[in-house]
Structure formats: C-alpha cells, structure tokens
Design a protein around this ligand. Sequence first.
Ligand code: G6P
Length: 626
Amino acid sequence: MCGIVGYVGDRQAFPILIGGLEKLEYRGYDSAGVCILKPAAPGGRQGSFSVIKSEGRVSRLKALASGKDTAGCCGIAHTRWATHGDPCTANAHPHVSMSGELAIVHNGIIENYQIIKEQLLERGYVFKSDTDTEVLVQLIDYYYKSNGHELVDAVRRALNRCFGAYAIAVTEREDPQHIVVARKASPLVIGIGADRSEYFIASDATPMIEYTRQVVYVDDEDIADIRPGKDIQMTTLVGDKASVTVHEVDMDISRLSKGGYPHFMLKEIFEQPDCLRDCMRGRVILGEKEEENRIVLSALRDCHDRLVNAKNIIIVACGTSWHAGLIGKQLIEQLCRRRVDVEYASEFRYRNPVIEPDDIVIAISQSGETADTLAAIELAKRAGALVFGIVNAVGSSIARESDTGIYIHVGPELGVASTKAFTGQVAVLVMLALALGLELGTLDKKEYCRMTGELAAIPDKMKKALQTNDYIKDLAKIYTYANNFLYLGRGYNYPVALEGALKLKEISYIHAEGYPAAEMKHGPIALVDANMPIVFLATHHQLYQKVISNMKEVQARNGRILAIVTEGDEEVKSIARDIVEVPPTPALLSPLINVLPLQLLAYHIAVLKGLDVDMPRNLAKSVTVE
Ligand code: G6P
C-alpha cells in the first residue's frame, strides 16, 4: 500500500526518485508525485519545493515532469493506493504544509486524523486535500513553528498524537540536505551510500540496490534524522537514542526486470522451477541412495523442543498466502498428526482467539508487511506462543517479528497476483511437514526419504507443466466469453481451486468461485448451465474417482468442463470438453504442479481482455493497512 522513495546526497534526485517509484509501483498506482528541494538562490535564505503530482501511473507523472525544472539533490516521492480521499491530483502525495515550510510522503493511515484536523482548523489551518497525510504535515508544521524549526522534535511531537500506521519522510525548505523519516507498522528502509555521502529511502530495498547494498530497516516507533556526510541519528518516539543496525542486502538485480517477458506475472510464472530450486537449496539434500535423502531446516533445529512439543498449530495469513496455509494444514495434519487451524489474519486478530503458550503460530506472507498478519503475530506473542514466519521478503517486518522461521527465497515478486510466492510457500510447508513428521515419529523414514526425492523432482516437473503454455493460450481464447467461473477440487487440490479462482478474479475481473468439488451440490450447482465454465482439478490421487462423479454431475447439467488431469488420463477425456495434462505427482505435492495451468489460464484470459495484468485495478501487492 503506497510506495515511498527519498534521496539526499550529491546526485540529481529526480531520476533516482522516478526509478524508485517505478520499482515500488506494485504497492499502489492510482496517483503519484514527487517533491524536489531547490537550494536557496545566491543571497537567498531559503530553498524552495518543486512539487509535481498526477493521477494515474508513474509513467504519467514522468511525462508531466518532462520539460519542467526538476534539478536538485534532495527529494521525496510517492505512489499511492488511496485510503482517504479519491485518487485525484489534490490527494496525491507529497503534501506541503500551509506555511510552505514542510513536505511529506506517507504510507499508512492516521486513524484519529479527523479530530486533529478539527483542532488545526480552529487554529486557522487550511486544507487542500481530503487526506489524513495533509493533516499530519500540518500538525508537524504546527510544532515546527513553535519549537524554533527543530524538525525531528516536531515530527516526534506530532507522531505522539497520532494513532494508526505510518511510514513517513519529511523534508524542510530551510535545509535542502535533510530528511526525517519515521515508521510504525509500515515498512521503511534507509540505504547508505559510499562514505555516508548519500542516503536512499524507500518502502523496500528494491529501489536502492543498484546504488547500495548497505541498508537499515527502521524499527517500529523509531525516527531517523538523515543528513549526507553524517551518521543516521536514530531516536525513539519518546526521544531516547535508538540503535542503527546495518544489513547487507543480497538480491539479484535481474529479478527486478521483466527479462524479455511482456509482464512480471508471466516471468514469475516461468521462474517457478528455478525459484523452487533456490527455495530448496541446502534444505533438500539427496543422498546417493534414496534412504540417505534428508531435509535440513535450521528453524527446526533452533526451536526443536517447542516445535516438537506443540499441541496445536495455528496458521495466520491473508490472500494467496492463506491458500498456501490451507495446504499446510493438510500436510501437517497428515504427516505430523498435529491439529492445525488456518485463520484469516484479519478475523483472528479481532475475535479473541484461544492461543495457548505452547501453541505454534505460523505466519505466512510474501511481503512480510501485511498489516493484519502483523497484528495476528502481535496477539500470538502476547499469548506466549512461538511465532514461526514463512516469508519471502528478507528483513521484512514479519520476518523480524517472528521468533523463528523459514524464508521462501523465491526472489522479489512484482506482479500483483502472487504466483511464485505461492509455490515457494507450499514447498516450505512440505519441507516443514516432512521434517517435523520424521522428528515426531508420525512419518515413516522410508516415506520421508521417498517424498524428499519427489520434492526434489518438482522443478523439472514444473518445467514440463509449463510447456502447456501455448495450448492454454489457445484455450483462453475460448473461455474469455465467460462472466463466471467455478473451480472445483478436493483434498490438497481444494485450496488450489480457491487459488485458481482468485487468480482469475484478481487480473481478469471475471467472477470466479473456488469450491470443494463435493460441496458443489449444496449450492453452486444451481449456477451450472451450458455457459458456465467449470475448472476441475482431476489428477490421479486418492479422491480421483470421487472427483469424476462430481464431474459427471456437472456434465449432466451441460456445464462446460475444463479439467487438469494427469498425463495419459483417458477417463476424464471422455467427460471434459477440454483437458490440460500435467506430469504425475504424489497428492501432497500436486498443488505445486496443478496450480501452474491455472496461473497461465488467468494470465492469458486477462491479456486477451486487454487488462493490465501486473497492476490490476484496485489491488495492491503489499497491504500495509488493515
Ligand atoms: C495482497 C496481494 C496478494 C497477497 C495478499 C497477502 O492482497 O495482492 O497477492 O496474497 O496481499 O499478502 P502477503 O504479502 O502477506 O502474502
């Protein structure tokens, strides 16, 4: 939700800020803006702000800025996902205080902004936008004027009056080489240039890795005072000195470009075999003989006793990560014989759930910044449970808040619809369930070794499954007519049905529902007619014959069936209108393969409909507001 970028140093800020916004556009893209600080003219006392804002994408902002004077070595910029106020130019960030002294960009929500606004109105402040952010900059301005222009102090005093979430960057006209940033429950990273000669600010590390690998993840309720040539001065909201820990970012820069693909989503779909190899590297170890295969997870070693002794496991997540969680439940229950609940983090956090101190709460998240998942973690920690993070973004808030965990290591995911993060999450859950099952004695060693070998074979099978791309592209032409889709699966493939339906909804705006295949007759079957495409997950597993029966029920009502089947399947061929064949896989690994044709189907339908696949309307990749 919203991307923030900032720069202060000796280079021209504008190209760095625009480049950064382009990399963060996945976070929100309904309007964008930039504010450059112009140094004081010779003899002048103060610098000035040059603010350019526009509705729509960063490309529009860039076009608008061309020909304008954007020179200056310090600036802040923003790409927005609207929370308060329409996505219009007036509401776009940066916002400048009424006095013209301060400019701000903000990601998050100031929940009590209305009360503060009323107080500021009484003091004569005038507002030009409907945003909570403009209220915040006016409040900072109020303290700034009363404290002799001490920016850090003014920011601290203002933030102490705010409830909600924020990552902010504030600049002052008086000092064109100075930025103050702060965060609470919204991500913020500072990049340190060579010899501290320049600093980069962003919502995640991607905009800065072409300039520096040295980063500081700002902690919750910390405020950083940033000036080139000086160390970062970090203080807390109450004014105490806070520590600054520098991390080295290890990120492959090529993962940030489309690499010849028309969209990030297609690139990320095709990256999955390599991503799974990365995810399993050093963790899935094949011996010369099958009985020597093993899984090594440091998290299991570090928290061995707590994991082994836990009675209940609660998985919390949102969106696609929640679907991975549903698969995790089946894996852990089957292989470890432990009870697992899977919860939407947004519901869990508000319903006073039962959490015992010896429970394990597994938080699954691609971004590691989802506000609801973070809040669920906080609750779990308060109850004394062990928090186990399964996260993609290294150094993210959820990764840092977790007691232990496993990174999925699939590299940055930029397409808003999650693809490779899903398969990475499922692969981690498979590794965890296999390793824990062996440890608990609930999984036979022979089966453990066999499944470890099968897991290692998944990347090659994925490659094969992705060869259906051209065929699915043709199928998509047939299916673009539909306004509704039903996705049906059972067992491990019920969450895959949910995920397939979600992918289609997210990027093609076609209404799609995922359902357990047998449950269909308790409602959705009423929707079935000759116009209704029904996607069945019908690969060869335990419930195959049952799925065939469900398919026949649909056939009897003329539903148009598209089935994902195991290579060589003859039975489904005689029932379904269309089939997509995938390589045979054990049931518990089948989601890793079966989801691929569904990702491709959603992708091609959206492309045929002329939609913006990577930035679908109304969505954002990282949901940092609840
Ligand atoms: C947003 C994204 C989804 C994602 C969900 C949870 O809705 O568009 O792709 O699954 O948030 O995000 P997380 O980063 O916690 O996995």
